[in-house]
Design a protein around this ligand. Structure first.
Ligand code: GDP
Ligand code: IMO
Ligand code: MG
Length: 427
């Protein structure tokens, strides 16, 4: 019963889509367990490039069943347009399974996300504006709408009424916006019901039966460890649990079933949106990482903030996720630097600190302590084995592995499926 979790070890956009797709050919199920269409996972297959937001990256592997678990928040219009976009490109999406317990991102959740950010002004989180936070807030407040509610008009109407009761007061009296009509929302949601029906399933049962039958299940995280609502740089986080435990609650699979937890780790660091980022660069090196790495958001088109590799964060990710392996991505982007700085510790108020500080104030004051590693100039994008890499690139990988606390079992040297060096097998 091999169940693997694959998740972001930094602030998202580490290359989870590519890594998932790479394994997709050898696994039976790929499951999204949290987040929603705030995610943007890029997969390059041959000369085709796909940007997936809500669908698990396994959808591109014909033998694999893609699953949207109960922990995901689903915008039905985005899901349906993603499905039709893939169908137009000849991808078969008929195997998709959608949990009846997944919560729906309603139009009013999207409105509340945008209005709240606007009113936060300078203190905004820089969300993707997709309604993620407000939908999870409704879930926790027990006024959420679930996929299964689309199939009972009376219950749906009552629930939308309950959800809009207070929201309309806030929208009209506090934010000076128009009230949202219950009937209109119900009508819009009902229009999705029949289109989604073929996919709706008891995904908890399906996945647990699959594990009993020795099928291979891969859980694909959205976002990343430092964006986790509990373990990230709160409040500059997303509203779900991308960390490994989230796979259990977000898919209904017990922790004893998880055999491997793979952290996707970029060879440098990026972040989108607001919040602390100790190794962030504001100079031409940062600009070069952005340009060479193509660091522009798949979902919002925003430029990603770029900085050097931060080993303190990688160690933290190993610990909070119980990582068994790393998949190091985008090593090729670092080709051409004479020396590559790596953050090995922080200096906080004059003291050297080796581990991520739990206090937000301390983290905001953290200054990176750098060690310089020698760079390389050779093109590494054709490397197929570790020994094909130049000596300095090998030493860079080994140094990161030692600092980060888990073996680096694969290395990405380009965006394509085959531009990967596999060191230890994941299955
Ligand atoms: P995700 O959100 O974690 O799936 O990552 P994104 O798709 O948002 O961003 C990662 C970007 O890096 C995508 O454009 C990928 O095609 C690309 N990518 C992934 N792995 C590699 C790699 O090893 N080298 C290079 N050059 N690009 C990569
Ligand atoms: P993938 O899966 C990078 C960031 C947003 C913002 C914060 C909260 O592609 O790695 P939200 O809309 O989730 O409430 O925004 O989280 N964020 C991401 N950053 N990659 C992502 O997904 C992200 N999803 C959300 O920029 O700072
Ligand atoms: Mg992304």
């Amino acid at each position: 019963m091999p169940a693997l979790v694959l998740l972001g070890a930094q602030w998202g956009d580490e290359g989870k889509g590519k890594a998932t797709d790479l394994l997709g050919g050898s696994v039976d199920y790929v499951v999204r367990y949290q987040g929603g269409n705030n995610a943007g996972h890029t997969v390059v297959v041959g000369d085709q490039k796909y940007a997936l937001h809500l669908l698990p990256s396994g959808i591109l592997s014909p033998g694999c069943t893609p699953v949207i678990g109960n922990g995901v928040v689903v915008d039905p219009s985005v899901l349906l347009s993603e499905l039709s976009g893939l169908n137009e490109r000849g991808v078969d999406t008929s195997k998709l399974l959608l949990s009846g317990n997944a919560h729906i991102i309603t139009p009013y959740n999207v409105t509340v996300d945008k209005v709240t950010e606007r009113f936060l002004g300078k203190r905004k989180i820089g969300t993707t504006g997709r309604g993620i936070g407000p939908t999870y807030a409704d879930k926790i407040n027990r006024v959420g709408i679930r996929v299964q509610d689309l199939y009972d008009e009376s219950i749906l109407t009552q629930k939308v009424e309950a959800a809009l009761d207070i929201k309309n007061q806030v929208l009209t009296k506090l934010y000076n916006r128009r009230a949202i009509a219950v009937d209109q929302v119900v009508e819009e949601l009902l229009a999705y019901a029949e289109k989604l029906r073929p996919y709706v399933a008891d995904t908890v049962l399906v996945l647990n039966q699959a594990l009993e039958d020795d099928k291979v299940v891969l859980f694909e995280g959205g976002q990343g460890t430092l964006l986790d609502i509990d373990h990230g740089t709160y409040p500059f986080v997303t509203s779900s649990n991308p960390t490994a435990g989230g796979a259990c609650t977000g898919a209904g699979v017990g922790p004893t079933k998880i055999s491997r937890v793979i952290g996707i780790l970029k060879a440098y660091t990026t972040r989108v949106g607001a919040g602390p980022f100790p190794t962030e660069l504001f100079d031409e090196d940062g600009e070069a990482l952005r340009r060479i790495g193509g660091e522009r958001g798949v979902t919002t088109g925003r430029d990603r903030r770029c900085g050097w590799f931060d080993a303190v964060i990688a160690r933290y990710a190993t610990r909070v996720n119980g990582l068994t392996d790393f998949f190091l991505t985008k090593l090729d982007v670092l080709t051409g630097w004479e020396q590559i700085p790596v953050c090995v510790a922080y200096e906080i108020d004059g003291k050297r600190v080796e581990e991520l500080p739990y206090s937000q104030t301390d983290f905001h004051h953290a200054r990176p302590v750098y060690e310089m590693l020698p760079g390389w100039n050779e093109d590494i994008s054709k490397a197929k084995s570790f020994s094909d890499l130049p000596k300095n690139a090998q030493a860079y990988v080994k140094a990161l592995e030692e600092m980060s606390g888990a073996p680096i079992s694969a290395i990405g040297v380009g965006p394509g499926r085959d531009e990967t060096i596999e060191i230890n097998s994941f299955l």
